[in-house]
Design a protein around this ligand. Structure first.
Ligand SMILES: *Cc1c(COP(=O)(O)O)cnc(C)c1O
Length: 261
């Protein structure tokens, strides 16, 4: 599924054109996100755009950062870590401003090293991974923000926790946090994430986004967690996601349009 990220010699145009196109794309996407946000009565900057840079290598990712993007999403933890190291070495001035987002499946054996990069982890899709992040964060004396990824489509092929597992998982997690003396350290669940899946049209995606928001509201009622964040919406369906309350949209291909072959 994950093709290797392309580099500056493999793009569809000259590097100068690519930089210009990425900048135009970034401005256009931000405008459209701002417009969709204000239509729901929120502020123009209330919905955060996570630039999904998995399609391109670190250098081309740097062009997106130059365009103004400071939130970068990667689906493979290995690549996230390599790129973060690349920015520290090659773009030290902006490296500290970048917020990394782990948006793809995370294996437990990658958790320990990933935490050093202070990512927001969107894709916690099992209780085992949540426990691993929690334990590891406590042992490193840090707090890690995470989102639980939920399968809101009821299709077996889709990623994320089955909806029926959410109440039990939240209950056990909250009672663990309450009974342990770990202070502010550990995994902090700040919301939910879902994918409508590739090729789903926005009309079909919208009820799935509404379902994720309802689940968030239910988990809020059941626990005393604030759960402010809803990460939902990609290039093809982010307007629908924002209409249903998305606070973060994960956008890749729209930002690289005209640049990728
Ligand atoms: C690739 C990816 C995206 C971005 O998808 P686009 O359609 O390219 O905008 C968003 N979320 C996840 C989890 C992804 O893997």
């Amino acid at each position: 599924m994950a093709a290797d990220p392309i580099d500056a010699t493999q793009i569809a145009c000259s590097p100068d054109d690519a930089r210009r196109r990425i900048k135009e794309n970034w401005i256009r996407v931000c405008d459209e996100v701002a417009q969709a946000a204000t239509q729901t009565g929120r502020g123009a900057t209330d919905v955060r755009v996570v630039g999904v840079s998995k399609y391109v290598d670190a250098e081309v990712t740097g062009w997106l950062v130059k365009a103004g993007c400071r939130d970068l999403g990667e689906n493979r933890p290995q690549v996230l870590m390599q790129k973060a190291d690349w920015f520290s070495a090659n773009e030290p001035d902006v490296a500290g401003e970048i917020r990394w987002h782990q948006i793809g499946h995370l294996q437990r054996n990658k958790v320990r090293r990933l935490l050093a990069f202070k990512p927001l982890i969107h894709s916690v899709d099992s209780e085992r991974v949540l426990d691993e992040i929690h334990n590891e964060a406590i042992s490193q004396s840090i707090s890690v923000d995470v989102l639980m990824e939920v399968n809101v489509s009821d299709e077996a092929a889709k990623t994320g926790l089955p909806v029926v597992e959410l109440p039990g998982l939240f209950e056990r997690h909250c009672s663990r946090v309450a009974s342990a003396d770990s202070g502010e350290f550990g995994a902090r669940v700040i919301g939910l994430m879902a994918m409508a899946g590739w090729g789903t049209d926005p009309q079909q995606a919208r009820p799935q986004f509404a379902r994720l928001r309802d689940l968030r509201d239910q988990m809020r009622q059941q626990t005393n967690l604030a759960l402010p964040e809803l990460s939902m919406g990609m290039s093809g369906d982010y307007a629908a996601a924002i209409a249903e309350g998305a606070t973060m949209v994960r956008i890749g291909s729209s930002l690289f349009s005209g640049v990728l072959k």
